[in-house]
Design a protein. Structure first.
Length: 384
């Protein structure tokens, strides 16, 4: 492909990413894979260059742009080589007209930037939300530790390593789990120990379930529940590879979760709740283009409902750990304040984790402060 054809491909792809973000359609990665599946003539260098351009645009633009062309013109404003590809040549974008719309750079849509500022994140903290994320892993203490060339330790997390970009994890399946340092740190707030009964209410594919099992030295019982069949079905093979035998999965019907869990009385319940993901924009920057105030309201309502379901499953004196990979107070500190207001006798305990700092009713990790994804976590103690 010529440089102009690559630019035009990025514009076309961005048009589909923008439409999918607006209409809750497929993720950018899926759209890029589909695009090239239908264009076998594009070589691996072309694919990489186009993909990089698409993601550079997504990362640079906070507001969902009006079009792929407006998005690429925003990048071209600071990149003379890119601007030169708008030459009207064969397969290349048309030359730029004097009054053409150009998307504006930014971290997030205005309403979200304001909500993040209201949550106490200054400009530098907000800008770091869309930096590139490192590759972090958790060494599985249930398996012999492999040699990982180039691995760096992460202070305060003995099982965490930061790996060089592009490191191939496939040969280490079961011994090494890809997991952000922040995700590892917030799981420690659950303080799961050998012999406990633990409910992982939003287990997904089991990233935190496996970390809980390791902390429990694979002794006790974990009920790993989720409403998403596809995600939950990935847990059992991962557990087997990791040597985890104490986790059982339970697929829940949305709206009927409480009944399906009525037999569980847990020492620890973990709610790794569905959220806006504002703390994981480094890995998923297009999420900024998908979130609307109405979608956020729905997530906040679901989180409150899950907190109440979870609280009913904690034995007297047990603990509930609530986690969101979001830095919005509506999903974090204020969500927990609402829980404490409607649940007499419950108390928030200081988390005191190796990463992060106290924030409102809980604890917060941010990319700028901790070099990890952004999280809010609270540990809540049930009355005896
Ligand atoms: C942040 S993800 C969990 C990630 C997972 N704990 C991990 O560490 O990989 C949130 C999960 O909540 C699940 N979820 C959404 N609504 C739910 C509900 N009503 N009951 C249980 N799980 C739910 C989603 O399917 C999703 O897997």
């Amino acid at each position: 492909m010529t440089p102009g054809a690559r630019t035009q491909a990025a514009i076309e792809l961005l048009d589909t990413v923008i439409a999918a973000a607006r209409d809750e359609g497929a993720a950018a990665d899926t759209l890029i894979a589909r695009y090239f599946a239908a264009r076998r003539y594009a070589g691996s260098k072309d694919r990489r260059a186009v993909r990089e351009r698409v993601y550079a645009a997504i990362r640079a633009l906070g507001e969902r742009p009006a079009s792929g062309r407006a998005a690429m013109l925003a990048l071209a404003a600071d990149d003379a080589d890119l601007a030169a590809t708008f030459d009207g040549g064969r397969h290349a974008p048309a030359p730029v007209a004097p009054d053409e719309p150009v998307a504006s750079r930014g971290v997030a849509p205005a309403w979200l930037e304001q909500a993040l500022a209201d949550a106490g994140l200054d400009e530098d903290e907000r800008a770091a939300l869309v930096d590139r994320a490192p590759l972090d892993v958790r060494l599985n203490p249930l398996r012999p530790a492999p040699e990982l060339v180039g691995a760096q330790p992460i202070a305060g997390l003995p099982d965490a390593r930061r790996l060089p970009a592009g490191f191939d994890l496939a040969p280490f399946a079961g011994a090494v789990e890809a997991q952000d340092a922040g995700s590892q740190a917030v799981t420690l707030a659950a303080a799961a120990r050998a012999g406990m009964t633990v409910l992982d209410l939003c287990a997904g594919a089991g990233g935190k379930t496996l970390a809980l099992a390791a902390a429990m030295q694979n002794e006790g019982r974990i009920v790993a529940a989720d409403v998403d069949r596809a995600r939950l079905s990935r847990l059992a093979p991962r557990a087997e590879a990791a040597g985890v035998t104490i986790a059982e999965t339970r697929l829940l019907d949305p709206g009927r979760e409480a009944a399906a869990l009525a037999d569980v009385a847990a020492d620890v319940v973990l709610v790794d709740a569905p959220c806006s993901g504002t703390g994981t924009w480094r890995r998923n920057p297009e999420a900024r283009w998908r979130l609307t105030p109405a979608r956020l309201d729905r997530l906040v309502a679901t989180q409150a409902r899950l907190l109440d379901i979870a609280a009913d499953r904690v034995r007297p004196g047990g603990a509930l750990t609530y986690i969101v990979c979001s830095l919005l107070d509506a999903e974090g500190s204020a969500q927990v304040a609402g829980f404490l207001a409607r649940r007499g006798g419950w108390a928030a305990e200081p988390a005191d984790l190796p990463l992060g700092r106290a924030h409102g009713t809980g604890w917060r990790l941010t990319p700028a402060h901790d070099g990890s994804d952004g999280f809010f976590v609270a540990r809540l103690r049930a009355p005896c």
